[in-house]
Every structure is written in structure tokens, then in C-alpha cells.
Design a protein around this ligand. Structure first.
Ligand code: COI
Length: 354
């Protein structure tokens, strides 16, 4: 058991940072110099290590590969104008990570391992946090089963890791999305609220079909009636209808997004009515036709706030107006950026200094 937290650190002897062009970053392809590794076996989390980023070996019988016990988080670190680095709502990610672990029958991680591991890793690689508008250090904590065993049962050993990569904007342009009425991302009672790898793998084929039709992403609908909005791609879906912020209520099939929580909080701070409820595809399209659908956008850690320009439904494309400068989604984007880069007061205590 971890009585006191010691994190051994082995620094890379070949830093790659000096050769990195921060202006040319494809999302998720350039990794910072170090990573955190913590193993779990014999019913206990072992000592954390920070080591140079690199490949690792796993058994061909690794049970995460065969049966999918694998979860992850997405979070970001930002650098303010004074060069100080801070994480955005890391404890929210920690709590969601452990909720995912419970759903996937994996061991929960102690808070100090998650937080201390993260802080020490980001401190060491703070030079990798970019400063350009819209950019950040994307942080990927993840855990996977490590038993070499083909029987179907929860693994008895696991590895928790954190890798990081400097990123720019996830979506460069407003999105074309379409309602998905054949495939489902997740059903009520399934594992859609957990951030487990399989949710993403299962979404790839239907998303590819949508992309072949010219859409960037899908808007998933509910598994039983294909009537109600669930999520949009890897983001929560939000709509401004007649001045109200409307978004699907959380359920066992919807991820409890941290950007979603933050945007809802901003709306409430600004006195805007917020409705977390069932919202149907027909309601959205009726609102588009009668002009009350003012904005549609997806929110997520990677995407931040992504404008939706076109919604496809049953062979028709419904266009949305370009959000004006005072549109809610644009004000929320600017407000989040200002909190993250230290230009606006952090009234909700969302930033954690590294
Ligand atoms: C995130 O926004 O962090 C996500 O999980 C999306 C990711 C799969 C790129």
C-alpha cells in the first residue's frame, strides 16, 4: 500500500521538445517527453514512476485487448500570459475516471496518485504546454487490464498511465452533422456514461458511413426509439432554442461532460434559462424551420465548443445561421478561454495550478 507517495522520475536523455513546431500539430500525434506509469497487482496500487515516453510490451493474451477493460480521460493544461501552467477541473476528471472504473469492474485509483502523478508529470513537461489561442496540452490518463489470461473475468492486474500531447483546435471549421437512426452509441443501462474504449471503437463504423455522406460527425439518438438526442460524435450536444439553453439530461447512456458542466454553469451565471431534458430530433428540426433554433454546438474537452452549421435528417440538410459575435456559444468560448489563460477571475475555482 502507498503510505507516502514517492514518484521516481527517470528523465529522458534525448528531449524532443526543441525540435517541435507548435504551429504544425495534428491532434494526438505528438507526445511530450515523459509519461506516468502506475501498476496494480496483488490488490494494491504500486509505486508510481515517471519515465521517458516510449513503447511498452504487453502479452498477446492481455485481457484488455481481448475483452475491453480499458478506460480513459481527456483533460487539458493551459499556460497563462505569465507562463504559469494550470489544469482545468482535474478533480472532475478524477471522479469521472473512478466512476468509469467502477462500471468496467476495474480498481479505483487513489486521489493522490491521480493528482500528484499528474502534477509532477506536467511540471516536468511544462515546456510542452503551448500558448497560442485555442491550443493546450491535452492530457490522456488511462487504465487497462494487464492479466495475460483468456478467461472472461475481471483482470487482477492493471496499469494506469498518463501521456500528454500539445494540441491546437480539434475542429477547424463549423460542423456538418446528421441524426443517426440505425446504429446506436449506447443504450439505457449500457456503458455509455463510462469513458471506456469500446464506446469509441463501436462508434467508428457508423461515423465512417456518415463521413462518406459528407458529414463530420453524427448526432446519436436513443437506442429504443431513435427519437431523442443523445450526444454528437465525441461531444455533448447543446442547442439554443428561443433564448433557452437546451441539452439532453444525463443518463446511463450519456457521458457527463466536464465542458458540458462548465458551459451550463456559465449560462446559469449569466441568467440564461437552462433545460436539461429529453430533446427530440423533430423538436430541433421544427425549431430550425420556425427560426427559433438560434445555435447548435457540441462541447467536449478536445473540441471545446464546436459550432454546428448543418444538421442532416432523413436525406435533408437543415442549415443553421452563422452565430453572431454575441451568440451564446461564442461568448462561452471566450469566457472559458479567459478563465483558462488567467484574464478573467476563476470564480468557480476550476483552475488548479501546476
Ligand atoms: C475528449 O474530448 O477528451 C474526448 O474524449 C474526445 C477524444 C476521444 C478525442
Amino acid at each position: 500500500m502507498l503510505d507516502t507517495l514517492t514518484i521516481s522520475t527517470q528523465r529522458t536523455s534525448a528531449p524532443r521538445l526543441p525540435g517541435i513546431d507548435f504551429a504544425q500539430l495534428d491532434f494526438g500525434k505528438t507526445f511530450a517527453d515523459h509519461m506516468l506509469v502506475v501498476d496494480y497487482h496483488d490488490g494494491q496500487w504500486q509505486e508510481p514512476h515517471i519515465v521517458p515516453y516510449g513503447d511498452m510490451s504487453v502479452s498477446p493474451a492481455n485481457s484488455a485487448i481481448h475483452y475491453g477493460q480499458s478506460i480513459f480521460e481527456g483533460m487539458k493544461a493551459y499556460k497563462n500570459h505569465d507562463g504559469e501552467v494550470a489544469l482545468f477541473r482535474p478533480l472532475d476528471n478524477f471522479h469521472r475516471f473512478n466512476a468509469s472504473a467502477r462500471r468496467m469492474c476495474m480498481p479505483e485509483l487513489p486521489e493522490e496518485v491521480f493528482m500528484q502523478g499528474l502534477l509532477q508529470l506536467i511540471r516536468l513537461d511544462s515546456g510542452w504546454v503551448p500558448t497560442d489561442a485555442g491550443s493546450a496540452l491535452y492530457i490522456r490518463p488511462f487504465m487497462f487490464a494487464t492479466d495475460a489470461m483468456l478467461g472472461v473475468r475481471p483482470s487482477e492486474s492493471y496499469r494506469f498511465m498518463v501521456i500528454t500531447c500539445p494540441v491546437g483546435l480539434y475542429y477547424a471549421k463549423p460542423l456538418r452533422v446528421r441524426f443517426e437512426e440505425t446504429y446506436v452509441r449506447s443504450a439505457e443501462g449500457g456503458a455509455g456514461a463510462a469513458k471506456n474504449a469500446g464506446n469509441y471503437g463501436a462508434a467508428m463504423y457508423p461515423t465512417k458511413l456518415g463521413q462518406q455522406e459528407g458529414y463530420n460527425q453524427l448526432i446519436w439518438t436513443d437506442a429504443s426509439e431513435h427519437k431523442y438526442v443523445e450526444e454528437s460524435g465525441t461531444m455533448n450536444a447543446l442547442f439554443i432554442i428561443d433564448g433557452h439553453l437546451v441539452t439532453p439530461a444525463l443518463s446511463s447512456s450519456i457521458l457527463d461532460g466536464i465542458t458540458r458542466r462548465s458551459v451550463l454553469q456559465l449560462a446559469r451565471d449569466w441568467g440564461m434559462p437552462v433545460e436539461e431534458r429529453k430533446v427530440s430530433a423533430i423538436e430541433i428540426l421544427d425549431a430550425q424551420r420556425n427560426g427559433t433554433l438560434q445555435e447548435a454546438f457540441g462541447v467536449g474537452t478536445a473540441a471545446t465548443i464546436a459550432t454546428i452549421a448543418v444538421i442532416g435528417y432523413q436525406g435533408h440538410d437543415y442549415e443553421l445561421p452563422t452565430p453572431p459575435a454575441d451568440a451564446f456559444s461564442r461568448r462561452a468560448t471566450a469566457a472559458l478561454a479567459a478563465i483558462r489563460n488567467g484574464e478573467a477571475p476563476d470564480t468557480h475555482g476550476w483552475m488548479v495550478r501546476v
